[in-house]
Ligand binder design. Structure first.
Ligand code: IFM
Length: 469
């Protein structure tokens, strides 16, 4: 049987984000975030839930570190809640908020787990939204201030920093399509937001370098390869169109200091630019955005298949019925991860790449013995890790893998209905129970390798997590 081994210094991790697991909404001096406000809006969240408590990581973080220690991982990707640190977005610093992350970092280091914090995973302080949010250029200064405050406090122990998670989602889901906070449906605003996010990233890179000598800094992009449904000219162009705004709109400025001309032309043609110019781009912006980084974080879940519809417009089409979909409706396509990693390496050449998220939503109920035997998640992880290992063999400087996610959590507008966790959470009691995938991942981490073919996985047990095990 083929065994895919990883390099000796490979990082094995799990990823989470503050707004999805932390809770503690009204505790420790935390301010209000745009996701608090959005979840309070009737009908915004599919199951009517909110993240006021979520996984209660705010109180249970020590238990969660024990879970990570049990998994054997050596890196943890998490995010810091801006409203917990600067409740009004700028100005007065909430000491208790910084203390919380200070203790978390110390706990991780004590457990031999390298912290990989992300500064922004979508929870803008509502106070900044009230001043125009990401659509207003002043937010860039606010983000640089926040980056400075945080890295000056934690930078003596935290070396690896990520600025922003998935700018496409923030710009498009939050401001163009209205599926995420702040729920706007304004494509022109979405383009301004995308630019301000990239500029905020560039400014933060400089702030972090000033505050933390020797810091390693990156940004996280949710890369989605686009494949044409057929080799017709229309379908091929539809794939180019998708790639232009989903991927290259963010990567070209970061690595080449310019927006992709064809995608700009697409936006003008669709009327999403208010004029023929990218009027929100000022002198020096693109140089700031292209400030060199040390790594690119890649969140990979699936691919998209593009076609030209009868009106001549690009649209995503469903995968063939024999292709497996996760509970998100996303096709399971591990080859796309191999393709993505090679493409990013060859086209953009970041010094290092991390898979900062990869995982699958499946809702597997416990069996009669209480065991959650999530074989589909194990298969997803196994096939994607195999693809990652093949990319390393093909020369990609892939330095680590973070499974999304440690815990079942608040999956944004889906509420608690979509379960990505290696560890199940009972949202009444917040009790954690490792699924079989957690046991499988633990074995892969220990072996620093995965087998290409499935192996029976029934070694989990039904006990809730006990850190003494
Ligand atoms: O849960 C999200 C995460 O916050 C960002 N990346 C995709 C995940 C799954 O949808």
């Amino acid at each position: 049987m083929t065994r895919y081994a990883f390099p000796d210094n490979f990082l094995w991790g799990v990823a989470t984000s503050a707004p999805q697991i932390e809770g503690g909404r009204h505790e420790g001096g935390r301010g209000v975030s745009i996701w608090d406000r959005y979840a309070d809006t009737p009908g915004a969240i599919a199951d009517g839930s909110h993240a006021d408590v979520a996984c209660d990581h705010f109180h249970r973080w020590r238990e969660d570190i024990e879970l990570m220690r049990w998994l054997g991982i050596n890196a943890y990707r998490f995010s810091l809640a801006w409203p917990r640190i600067l409740p009004n977005g700028t100005g007065a610093v909430n000491a208790a908020g910084l203390d919380f992350y200070d203790a978390l970092v110390d706990g991780l280091l004590e457990a031999g787990i390298e912290p990989y914090p992300t500064l922004y995973h979508w929870d803008l302080p509502q106070a900044l939204q009230d001043r125009g949010g990401w659509g207003e250029r002043s937010v860039v200064d606010a983000f640089a201030e926040y980056a400075d405050v945080v890295t000056r406090r934690l930078g003596d122990r935290v070396r690896n920093w990520t600025t922003i998670n998935e700018p496409w989602c923030i710009a498009v889901l939050g401001h163009e399509e209205g599926h995420h906070a702040p729920g706007h449906k304004d494509p022109a605003e979405g383009l301004r937001v995308a630019h301000h996010l990239l500029l905020a990233h560039g400014r933060a890179v400089r702030a972090i370098r000033d505050a933390v000598p020797g810091a390693k800094i990156g940004i996280v992009h949710n890369h989605t390869p686009a494949h044409p449904a057929t080799d017709s000219h229309g379908d091929t162009d539809a794939a180019r169109w998708f790639d232009g705004f989903f991927n290259r709109w963010f990567l070209d400025p970061l690595f080449r200091g310019r927006y992709p001309a064809d995608a700009v032309a697409d936006r003008i043609a669709s009327g999403h630019l208010e004029g023929p110019e990218m009027h929100f781009v000022q002198a020096g912006d693109l140089a700031a955005i292209a400030t060199p980084i040390d790594f690119l974080g890649v969140n990979y879940y699936s691919r998209v298949i593009m076609s030209q519809n009868v009106d001549g417009r690009p649209e995503a089409v469903k995968a063939a019925p024999d292709h497996e979909l996760t509970d998100m409706g996303w096709e399971v396509h591990p080859e796309g991860l191999h393709e993505t990693l090679l493409h990013l390496h060859r086209e953009y050449g970041p010094p290092e790449i991390f898979i900062t998220e990869n995982g699958a939503a499946y809702d597997d109920p416990p069996g009669p013995d209480g065991l959650i035997d999530d074989v589909r998640r194990i298969d997803y992880l196994r096939t994607h890790l195999s693809a990652a290992s093949r990319a390393i063999a093909d020369g990609v400087p892939l330095a680590g893998y973070f499974a999304w996610s440690l815990l079942d959590n608040f999956e944004w507008a889906h509420g608690y209905q979509k379960k990505f966790g290696l560890v199940a959470v009972d949202f009444d009691t917040c009790e954690r129970t490792p699924k079989n995938s957690a046991h499988w991942y633990r074995d892969a981490v220990a072996a620093n390798a995965v087998d290409a073919a499935a192996t029976p996985s029934t070694r989990g047990d039904s006990r809730v997590f006990d850190s003494r095990n």
